[in-house]
Write a protein that binds this ligand. Sequence first.
Ligand code: IPE
Ligand code: IPE
Ligand code: MG
Length: 227
Amino acid sequence: MPDHIAIIMDGNGRWAQQRGLPRTAGHRAGAENISNVVDAAMKHGIKTLTVYAFSTENWKRPLDEVNALMALIPEFCTGKLKDMMKNGVRLRTVGRTDDLPALSRMALLGTIAKTAKNDKFTLNMALSYGGRAEIVDAVNKMLKEGRKSITEADFQNYLYAPDLPDPALIIRTGGEMRLSNFLMWESAYSEIYVTDTWWPDFSEADLVKALDWYATRDRRFGGIKTK
Ligand code: IPE
Ligand code: IPE
Ligand code: MG
């Protein structure tokens, strides 16, 4: 079982479109589905889930859509706090969260602080996250410290979440065969599973399918066949 999985939660807009609803209704349904998938992941022995919720490129969407997505953050934080406390879920974030509006940022900081001691499961939300931004931010931190050279292991320490293991499995919903700037450094040897299912419809059964597929993979890391 992979201890860390990451999900590119794509397809909210198409899910809504198919139902004749505004895209924002898809985002609402998508946000709601995060808790279902957290519960399912916990049940199947996963310890950490990183979800790609908003990319550095998503800022270029229409202002109405961006505002609706930003408004879902405090809603999620207050709406799900009770469950997170009950289930031992710790909330974290990765990304340029300083760029989020104050209300979203404050809600996140509050929930991160309140859930900081929960140790059954980590829900890591990628918000205003870009893989290239993460690498550039890491390099700038190093330059500020006056470093002249670095190893791969040192570099890890400058990432947004240095303590997290690389995701063993990355799932993308919505069918696109691309990473869209997600975890550029960390995905070097991740197994990648793409499903056509749109994120709001992604269920425990879909997660189990992805985990079953993962179990059949031979992770060679550049070595030779091991099974
Ligand atoms: C993913 O759903 C959520 C975000 C990127 C914020 P989309 O909004 O990209 O949905 P599609 O891809 O247009 O269907
Ligand atoms: C990736 O989805 C980002 C998130 C799921 C948050 P996008 O919908 O933004 O990706 P592209 O534009 O299809 O590559
Ligand atoms: Mg999309």
